[in-house]
Design a binder for this molecule. Structure first.
Ligand SMILES: [Zn+2]
Length: 151
């Protein structure tokens, strides 16, 4: 487990972080739609770990609406990765207490995969400190100029 995940494990949230994200961490939001937002994970499993959450406090995947917005932001995350040279990534949704989720508010993980058979992405070490603001600026710039080129 990397140092950021260790900090996260000890953290106690007074309020649902995903409900207050747009107020408290607006600077870390890469892109938002009417009902969802794409943001950087403050406690990443691996470098460039992104999150997509509905703005409403929804606790079950089957209660989500406006899924086309969620899929759109998932595609945007993929564009960011491809532009950073990350061709492989995992898209992860969890629902229910036994799914391994730590927060009830549903959220999608978009996690770069580093190497072959990298099933242990959640334990990836991250060297140095994170430059969240710098990364978010970089991601926004990529999305502003990105041109899709299929293989
Ligand atoms: Zn919430």
């Amino acid at each position: 487990m990397n140092k950021f995940r260790k900090i996260y494990k000890k953290k106690k949230f007074k309020e649902c972080p995903f409900c207050v994200w747009l107020k408290k961490y607006k600077k870390d939001v890469i892109e938002e739609t009417e009902n969802y937002y794409l943001t950087i994970n403050h406690y990443p499993y691996i470098r460039h770990h992104l999150l997509i959450a509905p703005k409403a406090h929804i606790t079950r995947l089957i209660s989500e609406k406006h899924l086309e917005e969620k899929e759109y932001l998932t595609q945007q995350a993929g564009k960011i990765f491809l532009n950073l040279g990350i061709k492989d990534y995992v898209v992860l949704d969890r629902s229910g207490a036994k799914s391994g989720r730590s927060l009830k508010h549903v959220h999608r993980h978009v996690i770069p995969v580093r190497g072959p058979h990298d099933m242990y992405y959640r334990y990836a070490e991250i060297e140095g400190e994170l430059d969240l603001a710098g990364d978010v600026r970089k991601y926004r710039k990529i999305l502003n100029k990105y041109q899709v080129k299929d293989d």
